[in-house]
Design a protein around this ligand. Structure first.
Ligand code: ADP
Ligand code: MG
Ligand code: ZN
Length: 289
């Protein structure tokens, strides 16, 4: 009889928060602004000496999501610098959270939640105008929450794809209900990155692949199923060693995943607490108990 293959999924979901202003400055947070580079200032453009001030509404939004999924709200929380170079992050680092996320634990729709933290969105690169690239910084510094789930192992690719996609749909409903995010996937306000692995032993996790550029629930379901089946085929034909930890993109036209890059380990980012931002005592600040 053929081997039985279990499929494990862990989700990383980003959602842009619906706030008046950006995460660390008083620029308007307007995802519908068509004119490039109008909602910008020295803080979100990273001019020397400009200092960030945390957005209380964004922190409150993440606390609301944490309470809605029965997560633990941290009393102590802080922001860290995630260092990397890319044209769409003008500071040379992204302000994120590492050791002390606002929310730890929780549960929603078949998945245990690891954490929810708050960070800032990147600018938008436009590569479709000719022999050059343009950057629109309207999105730079928009509050972004990231929810990470624990890995969950399923009986087969079909159930894995359906259940993981259902989690994202349920989360979208929670975000809508709380009024904290428009969470429109087509507009990139909610971005889903599933991690997929396959194993013959449900007590041991296989090598995982992270899938990017998914912009609808339908693509999410197809991408997960495709990737799990690709892995199963490799293992079936004795090429399991060809499965490497990497980031793969979803090609909507070809309906398949393709290798993008080997994943960086978290040590490469040189996380450290951002000295420009205050430590936070959330229970006191938000009257929690
Ligand atoms: P990384 O350091 O590569 O980002 P993490 O441990 O932070 O990895 O996990 C990122 C996401 O990948 C989480 O959602 C987690 O549940 C999921 N994950 C971890 N290991 C696996 C695996 N073997 N198969 C599927 N998903 C996994
Ligand atoms: Mg990660
Ligand atoms: Zn600004």
């Amino acid at each position: 009889m053929a081997n039985k293959y279990y499929v494990t999924i862990g989700l990383e979901i980003h959602a842009e928060l619906k706030t008046q202003t950006k995460m660390f400055c008083s620029c308007k947070n307007n995802p519908d602004e068509d004119k490039p580079n109008v909602n910008i200032c020295p803080v979100c453009m990273a001019h020397p000496g400009a200092l960030p001030v945390p957005n209380k509404q964004a922190i409150e939004n993440v606390i609301k999501v944490g309470l809605a999924i029965n997560g633990n709200i941290a009393d102590f929380s802080e922001f860290d610098r995630k260092n990397y170079f890319y044209p769409d992050i003008p500071k040379g680092y992204q302000i994120s959270q590492y050791k002390y996320p606002i929310v730890s634990g929780g549960h929603l729709a078949d998945f245990d939640v690891t954490r929810i933290h708050l960070e800032e969105d990147t600018a938008n690169n436009k590569h479709d105008r000719g022999d050059f690239s343009l950057i629109d910084f309207n999105r730079a510094g928009v509050p972004l929450m990231e929810l990470v789930t624990e890995p969950h192992t399923f009986e087969n690719a079909d159930i894995a794809a359906k259940t993981a996609t259902n989690f994202a749909k349920e989360l979208q409903l929670v975000l809508w209900y709380l009024g904290v995010s428009e969470a429109n996937m087509e507009k990139g306000e909610m971005r889903l990155e599933p991690n997929v692995s396959v194993t013959t032993d449900p007590k041991k996790l296989g090598t995982k692949v992270e899938i990017k550029n998914i912009n609808s629930f339908r693509s999410a379901e197809r991408a997960i199923k495709y990737e799990a089946e690709r892995m199963i085929e490799l293992m079936e034909s004795g090429k399991g060693a060809d499965i490497v930890q990497e980031t793969r993109g979803w090609d909507e036209n070809k309906q398949s995943t393709f290798s993008q890059r080997k994943k960086e380990g978290s040590a490469d980012y040189r996380y450290f607490p951002d000295p420009d931002l205050p430590k936070m005592k959330l229970y006191e600040a938000f009257n929690l108990e």
